[in-house]
Design a protein around this ligand. Structure first.
Ligand code: SF4
Length: 887
């Protein structure tokens, strides 16, 4: 492999040394200039852990000290191609954070009291091994749960839990993306779009994808390339984001109206006869759709096209303009760009409208419908199922699926939810249906989830929550309520394999612990990664291998065999053997590429950190069809029809809970779903550089609303949600439509005085009081400020926490928490202070009950349609409903 300079740079400039010099090169110390101070260096690749995009990082290591001097992009990574965002280099801050947790901690006072003592890994393993072994021996296989915030790996923990024979994998997906996933799966059988942005003629974004989207840097660079080549950009966003500012057509649509707008686009494309009829005839379930629309009609494609047009007759531009409050002319202009896409429409939806709205999954279906109508599926520049572009290698032994079903994860009354009902977990766990052992991993629901006080109640209730282990690289509001806090590695301190659908190809990236790689290059023996990481920071995979042996030391439970070496029968697998097997057996082309360089596959991955498995992946449907029950794109969804939602079996508008008709007089819509490109949900708090760039989350508000409420910049406003309120400053701007307010969700970290390890530049001290059902937070000071180990913390503000005041809104189909809130915004009241928060637990519980009542039970005796995906999918026998149904 040879190093190629990046496309936009002249050949004489490089962004990294050539790969053949990665083991040794000399650079001059920039800070020492004009003195020529030389450093002997090496580069070791790893994968960024600061969002899901999995960009390639290069650690620049000073050979004299063994210390990492900086992180930059890995130029041979096929997804990120040498580029990174601010969060990649900020990894250096995170590993050097003076406030990070370096050793395992055990609670010594009452749970939540903030009193800890340092313990060793041996005590951790013995305690947890015995506890889980007892649960398995007593067949309490739904009482052990692993709950992940940022996964950072593909399938590792799913396999480990399935080896244990439990049904205990919980994720954050239902506060993140499941509405988009569910909508797309019903239509194309894949849960994410994979747009070929770089070759698109028209790009349509229903998230701020260019600026802060899901695969932010890999997608953003390709969107910019396409625009440089003349592609047109359409952005749906009520807020003038940096992405919207780049758009050819910005559609500041009212939240929840996006589906109606896209169906009006669809109607116009059909009416003007510009849809791809060949694609519709060959690759969609048009016959079933026609039978649904006109029962008994003989299958005739011309009749189908007319029936489809009739179906959407009500979606006029006039209606779309009224619901979205966007000029009809703008909607028509955007539609012309879409209709002219020449089968090269790249569209993406992730957070934003899918995540904010009741029925957001129908917005995702409307977007996919446009891609289908324009024939942009499988084409160069089109929008593809993500399964074409993500590569998932298999580990050496696959366990049998578990035979039980965990109602705490997938309750009966959400039969179409593909993902765990984690937003309502605190309400599902009872004394009778309790959790014995609960791992949270890079997960901070007290702060990131809506209705966080319900989480505090659950985590402090030892009858419902037996033992809580917080696996976390940083201190957080949830770790406070743990029994063990176990320090886990950041991107240069752990192994993982990652793959994401960044473009029309497929790759894997290899995250690796830099200290361990250096030690091995220098011939030092390392048994466990924590021996070479800072303090005793470990990595999950090795920890769980060890823990699995402690659970089943003699193999009698039958799980130990899954953790025995494929190379040394009967002995414990090592982390090297685990990856050696995968790279030798499960990644096509990798052994051959490695052999050309006289390397083993593992050595190849340690050297380059990434491998391109496939390139130019288009038109896979010609061979394999789509992963739906019919094998076709399902415009009409028989699944939705048969499982309780016949009125939504076609793409249609689903009236959002924030539609105009749902608001009381004076009520506004709070859009809390946008993020700042330089922050990471709750983990940016241990990066001083990132907080120096962004540390405020004021309330965006149109001047018309500010005048009505009677506030100006510098005043305080109170935002009252259905269950409480928070107090902050307004940011008055015409970059947001009247009637809507918006607040970024990354800021407002807090700690109580006992939390010694809270980040000093990010987390404000608070006093939390509980008076009956009323909980209040009052700041007892601002940030400590002053000098950090690195420099001057000149900012005192760190934003306001809003999520804890949000009512929980589980969508009755997907289970997704629908983030937008109906709020009243007023000038602050006497006694209000910046950062005040109040929550009424009684109202929070009533809100949960109101939303849960929207669900519909399964029609037959199965819990779920068998074809829909599920994390850690159990055996078919587990899908049978018990005789005693929930209601
Ligand atoms: S987009 Fe930024 S945070 Fe995300 S993986 Fe890439 S460099 Fe890291």
């Amino acid at each position: 492999m040879t190093f190629k300079p990046m496309k936009f740079l002249p050949d004489t400039l490089t962004t990294a040394p050539p790969t053949d010099q990665w083991d040794h090169f000399v650079e001059l110390d920039a800070k020492a200039w004009p003195r020529r101070v030389r450093h002997e260096m090496r580069c070791i690749p790893t994968i960024c852990f600061n969002c899901e995009a999995a960009c390639g990082l290069l650690a620049y290591v000073d050979k004299a000290t063994g210390k990492i001097r900086r992180f930059e992009g890995n130029p041979v990574h096929p997804g990120s191609r040498g580029r990174v965002c601010a969060k990649g280099p900020a990894t250096l801050n995170q590993i050097e954070d003076p406030d990070r947790i370096l050793y395992p901690l055990k609670r010594v006072g009452p749970r939540g009291s903030g009193e800890w003592e340092r313990i060793g890994w041996e005590e951790v393993l013995e305690t947890l091994g015995a506890r889980i072994r007892k649960a398995l021996e007593e067949d309490r296989r739904t009482e052990v749960m692993y709950h992940v915030g940022r996964p950072g790996h593909d399938g590792t923990m799913e396999r480990i839990l399935q080896c244990w024979g439990i049904d205990g994998y919980n994720s954050h997906t239902n506060v993140c993306s499941s509405n988009a996933r569910v909508g797309l799966t019903f239509m194309v059988g894949a849960d994410r779009p994979s747009p070929d942005f770089a070759h698109a003629k028209t790009i349509m974004l229903l998230s701020a994808h260019l600026e802060a989207g899901h695969y932010f840097n890999p997608h953003a660079q390709r969107i910019i390339e396409a625009m440089a080549n003349g592609a047109k950009l359409i952005v749906f966003d009520p807020r003038l984001s940096n992405t919207a500012a780049k758009a050819d057509v910005w559609l500041p649509t009212w939240p929840g109206s996006e589906g109606t707008v896209m169906l009006a686009m669809a109607r116009h494309i059909m009416e003007t006869d510009r849809c791809d009829k060949e694609f519709l005839k060959n690759y969609t379930n048009w016959e079933a759709t026609l039978e649904h629309l006109k029962p008994g009609t003989p299958p005739d494609s011309d009749v189908f096209f007319q029936a489809l047009l009739d179906q959407y007759a009500e979606y006029t531009f006039e209606r779309a303009a009224e619901e979205s409050r966007v000029d009809e002319a703008k909607l028509r202009e955007a539609t012309e760009h879409v209709a002219d896409c020449a089968k090269a429409l790249s569209a993406h939806i992730w957070r934003g409208p899918a995540t904010g709205n009741l029925g957001g999954w129908q917005i995702a279906r409307a977007m996919e419908f446009i891609c289908v109508l324009t024939g942009s599926i499988g084409t160069k520049g089109g929008t593809h199922p993500n399964s074409w572009h993500k590569f998932k290698p298999e580990a050496f032994a696959k366990p049998e699926p578990q035979t039980m079903w965990n109602e705490l994860l997938y309750p009966q009354d959400y039969p179409l939810a593909f993902h765990e009902l984690s937003p309502i977990l605190p309400y599902l766990v009872t004394k009778e249906n309790r959790i014995d052992t609960y791992f949270t991993r890079a997960f901070n629901p007290v702060w990131t989830y809506p209705d966080g006080t319900a989480w505090i109640e659950l985590l402090t209730d030892e009858e419902r929550m037996g033992f809580h282990i917080a696996l976390t690289p940083t201190w957080n509001e949830t770790a406070r309520y743990a029994d063990f806090v176990l320090p886990m590695g950041l991107s240069p301190e752990r192994h993982d394999i990652m793959s994401q659908e960044t473009h029309a190809g497929a790759w894997i990236g290899f995250r690796q612990p830099i200290g361990r790689v250096i030690a091995e290059k220098e011939g030092r023996d390392v048994t466990f990664t924590y021996e070479v990481n800072p303090g005793e920071v470990w990595e999950e995979e090795e920890f769980f291998f060890e823990l699995s042996w402690r659970i089943d030391p003699d193999g009698k439970l039958g799980l130990r065999k899954h953790f025995e070496s494929p190379y040394r029968p009967g002995e414990k697998i090592t982390i090297d053997e685990h990856y050696r097997w995968i790279f030798e057996n499960s990644v096509p082309g990798l052994p051959e590429a490695a052999a050309k360089e006289d390397l083993t596959p593992l050595a190849y991955m340690r050297k380059y950190g990434a491998f391109e498995v496939h390139s130019d992946v288009y038109e896979k449907h010609l061979e394999n069809g789509f992963n739906t029950p019919s094998g076709k794109v399902e415009i009409f969804s028989p699944t939705l029809h048969e499982w309780g939602w016949p009125e939504h079996s076609m793409p249609a508008n689903f009236e959002s809970h924030v539609a105009h008709a749902q608001l009381e007089p004076g009520q506004m819509v709070l859009v809390p779903t946008f993020r700042l490109a330089m922050l990471i949900h709750s983990r940016s708090a241990n990066s001083e550089w990132l907080y120096e760039i962004a540390h405020k989350n004021p309330l965006w508000m149109n001047p018309i609303d500010a005048e009505r409420i009677g506030v100006g910049e510098g005043d305080l406003v109170r935002v009252a949600t259905p269950i409480g309120y928070f107090v902050l400053r307004p940011y008055i701007t015409e970059g947001l439509a009247p009637g809507i307010v918006a607040c970024s969700h990354h800021l407002g970290r807090w700690h109580q005085t006992q939390d010694k390890d809270a980040s000093r530049w990010a987390s404000a001290p608070v006093d939390v009081k509980i008076d009956g059902d009323i909980w209040t937070w009052k700041r007892t000071g601002e940030l400590e400020g002053g000098q950090s180990d690195r420099g001057n913390i000149w900012w005192a503000e760190s934003g306001v926490h809003q999520n804890i005041t949000h009512e929980v809104h589980p969508d009755p189909v997907s289970g997704m928490h629908c983030w937008h809130q109906r709020v009243f915004v007023t000038a602050a009241e006497p006694g209000d202070a910046f950062g005040d928060i109040s929550v009424d637990r009684a109202k929070a519980r009533a809100g949960y009950e109101k939303w849960r009542a929207k669900t519909r039970m399964p029609p037959g005796d199965l819990r779920r349609p068998l074809w829909i995906p599920r994390h850690v999918k159990p055996a078919e026998s587990a899908y049978k409903l018990p005789a005693q149904k929930l209601k």
